[in-house]
Design a protein around this ligand. Sequence first.
Ligand SMILES: [Zn+2]
Length: 140
Amino acid sequence: MHQGKQVEKQSRLLPLSPILDSDGMIRMKRRTVESPNLDMATKMPIILDPSHHVTKLLLQWYHEKYHHQGQETVLNEVRQKFYIISPRSAVRQAFHRCRRCQLDKPPPSLRKWGRFPRRELPDSFVHSWKSEWTILDHWK
Ligand SMILES: [Zn+2]
């Protein structure tokens, strides 16, 4: 783009109406580009590749800035200034990379099942059951 070439027709950028700004950043031209009340980042957010290292650092920064909250919080904040291609997957990966979130995640619970009330079911059913789930479905 900075050499005056057109974006290829097969490129994922083409539907985003990309524009190269004076800093060399690729921005997306939104419908709000003419609005006088919005700032430049909102009118024309920077397009980021989700697999790029800078994007990963940016998502990590947002993740820590908002105190390791949910993915939707990070997603909403990032979207105000940046356009990430496939953002949900990139934000989810940022959460998976966070060591603190991995340590704070509760371990899977091992539920202890109660005893099975054998005498309330007919003998033919008790002999034919395959798993606990089958029996639980029977009682619904
Ligand atoms: Zn975290």
